[in-house]
Design a protein around this ligand. Structure first.
Ligand code: K7E
Ligand code: CUA
Length: 664
């Protein structure tokens, strides 16, 4: 043992010495030492303790890391095309990115919520929001693939989303921007905001068995900005809480005009009551257009349907549905503690954290302890809803998570730290700097009834001087803390993909036990599947040519194709015949304007190619699949438009066309 430790310790000593004499790069936050290193070190071949799903922000994707190592395991394409995986490029996946605006190749992905049963993570699905063209996705955690995307009408900047109820009955989505409703004339002066702009909160039901989403109903509210939300749990499980800002209803220079009032609001929504009203047929049926896209693991393809109706319930007609609670200075995060009793609002510009009490809110509603109204919605008196305030916690509170031991942890963007405080007595227990300016933070299970605790990850917006410089743009970062003791302890930091926002983590076993390894080839229902090499063929239908091609180590069948002409639309339908885990094959053809295909064992995917000039076009496998991977290749001959070269195809021999030529 000594032999191993001695050099290691002297290495640390050398570092300390270097630090003392100033040779260390000038950045803040020292190495955390051997103890921290051993806590995050996962020996080669060993698995991480948790999966960590991290929203990719402007990348539009979701990344998956192992905790505690911080190793990147996968990027799941969701709202943005991903040429690496063919997502949005293969004919089968293109419909997933369809919207009422047509195909949208990019999204802005901020928040994630893992499905829950009885307020605990159940490991089935992961929900993801898209801000820009409002959408919600459901990722199937058996395959780590996006299974469904639903667009949200009457919404703009779907930020307060996707937060779920404690049995995943609904995914809830609040609009960031208020805008005129979709069936109203939107061609109005921007300064008619107060009159014409409306906020909406959408309730998307989730089918308990297969997770299928359906837009159940939408609440219409006065114009303002909805920012974040969380559902109640336990005693508050029938309620949903939303932070809002811009109660000033400003439409220009919001940094000034939406920061005037001392308080904005947390909106408390009695969603069980709203569901009752919707079931009674209350509200108005509204004609709208929104896309609903589903991916099938049986046909290995997606369908996109444009839906045409929604139900809107204007809260001014149903006075017992929603209440406003004043909350200091432009609240951002809105988090509910594991007991369901405490609701934390984090004012971006506030120097305190208000903690509201669900039971006090209920008493205030019963006693009509109101302080006027906002756009017809009763405003509960601040003091009546308040459990108490965390005094002088730091500057710029953003988001809070919970450890299940009675403590809350809040990120402070401006003072660049995480502060641990006690939910009951509101006393600050510990504060640790982060590098720098954290946005969200995440404790595994930290927004559920039963947090796993143990770790906390801060997602930092600024990493100036933390890593080797990489030009003007630097990676954002994650910082892992041990929170098992009284004081938080920094363990490691690592750069992240995209810009991380909210994240969720779960013990690995809950998900890994269900992980799909292959798709069964005899269950492949893709209409263009080629089940067996002997069935591979090339079929001309007018100017469309369908290539039914198979892949197996280490060849395509067929691998020589002739008779394709300029002006043809060629569809390469690739079926991977492998039935072994971790043997995808790739497919690329010279000059294709789409992307590669990466085809999983048992799956069929299609690449569309329109050759523009005659010639010989090699095809090859892009994924190093065997020792003879470089041999997994072939040729496609393209003839001029007017040529009469017949379609022919072959594997391991000359084609019929070639044979007849040789005979001459
Ligand atoms: Cu605070 Cu878009 Cu959740 Cu990011 S938001 S930080
Ligand atoms: Cu198949 Cu490389």
């Amino acid at each position: 043992m000594k032999k191993i430790f001695f050099p290691f310790l002297s290495l640390i000593a050398a570092f300390i010495l270097l630090g003392a004499i100033g040779c260390k790069p000038k950045n803040a936050g020292d190495a955390t030492g051997a103890d921290a290193a051993s806590r995050v070190f996962i020996p080669p071949g060993k698995y991480d303790e948790l999966y960590n799903f991290v929203a990719g922000g402007f990348s539009g994707q979701v990344s998956v890391y192992g905790i505690p190592s911080g190793r990147l395991l996968r990027v799941i394409p969701v709202f943005s095309v991903d040429p690496e995986k063919g997502w949005g490029y293969s004919e089968e996946t293109k419909p997933m990115l369809n919207t009422s605006h047509g195909e949208v190749p990019w999204g802005d992905q901020h928040h994630l919520d893992l499905s829950q049963t009885n307020g605990e993570i159940d490991g089935r699905w992961l929900f993801a929001n898209e801000n820009n063209t409002p959408r919600v996705a459901r990722i199937d955690l058996k395959t780590f693939r996006t299974a469904e995307i639903i667009e949200i009408p009457n919404s703009a900047g779907n930020h307060s989303s996707p937060f779920i109820t404690e049995n995943t009955e609904y995914v809830v989505a609040g609009t960031r921007f208020s805008v005129p409703l979709d069936d109203e004339n939107g061609d109005v002066p921007i300064d008619s905001y107060k009159k014409n702009f409306k906020g909406t909160i959408s309730f998307i039901s989730v089918a308990p068995q297969d997770g299928e989403m359906k837009l159940a109903f939408q609440l219409v509210l006065p114009g303002m900005n909805f920012d974040l939300s969380h559902s109640g749990k336990g005693p508050s499980s029938g309620w949903f809480f939303f932070s809002t800002y811009n109660s000033e209803q400003a439409h220009t220079l919001l940094e000034v005009n939406a920061s005037k009032r001392d308080k904005d609001y947390i909106l408390a929504v009695n969603w069980k009551k709203a569901v009752e009203y919707a079931k009674q047929g209350k509200g108005r049926k509204q004609a709208v257009r929104y896309a609903h896209n589903k991916y099938s693991d049986s046909t290995h393809s997606a369908t996109s349907t444009i839906e045409t109706e929604t139900t809107v319930i204007d809260v001014k007609d149903f006075p017992d549905l929603v209440y406003m609670i004043p909350c200091p200075k432009s609240p951002h995060g809105c988090d509910v503690d594991p007991s369901g009793e405490y609701i934390v609002g984090s004012g971006k510009l506030a120097a305190l954290i208000p903690v509201f009490s669900f039971s006090r809110i209920q008493q205030a509603i019963a006693a009509k302890d109101f302080d006027g109204d906002y756009g017809g919605i009763p405003v509960i008196k601040y003091e009546s809803a308040l459990h108490g305030e965390v005094k002088k916690p730091g500057l710029g509170p953003l988001h809070t998570e919970f450890d299940g031991k009675g403590n809350a942890y809040t990120t402070f963007f401006i003072s660049s730290e995480i502060v641990k405080w006690n939910i009951k007595d509101l006393k600050v227990i510990d504060r640790q700097p982060t590098y720098y300016s954290p946005g969200h933070l995440m404790i595994p299970g930290g927004d559920t009834k039963k947090p796993y605790g143990k770790y906390l990850v801060a997602y930092n917006k600024i990493t100036k001087d933390r890593y080797l410089p990489t030009g003007p743009e630097l990676a954002q970062s994650a910082q892992l803390f041990d929170i098992s003791g009284e004081k938080m302890k920094l363990l490691s930091d690592y750069p992240s993909i995209g810009e991380p926002h909210y994240a969720q983590a779960v013990p690995a076993e809950l998900i890994s036990k269900n992980s799909v390894k292959i798709f069964k080839i005899d269950e492949n229902k893709n209409p263009y599947a080629t089940l067996g090499e002997k069935n591979s063929k090339v079929v001309r239908e007018g100017n469309k040519v369908h290539v039914y091609m198979t892949m197996i180590r280490s060849h395509f069948s067929p691998d020589n194709i002739e008779g394709i002409k300029v002006g043809d639309e060629v569809y390469f339908h690739l079926t991977n015949l492998e039935q072994d885990w971790d043997v995808p094959h790739g497919f690329a053809v010279k000059g294709a304007t789409t992307a590669e295909l990466l085809v999983m064992p048992g799956e069929t995917q299609t690449l569309k190619w329109s050759p523009l000039k005659p010639g010989i076009f090699p095809i090859y496998c892009t994924d190093f699949c065997s020792a003879l991977h470089q041999e997994m290749s072939g040729y496609v001959r393209v003839s001029p438009k007017e040529s009469n070269v017949p379609i022919s195809f072959s594997l391991g021999k000359n084609s019929a066309a070639a044979d007849s030529l040789l005979k001459k």
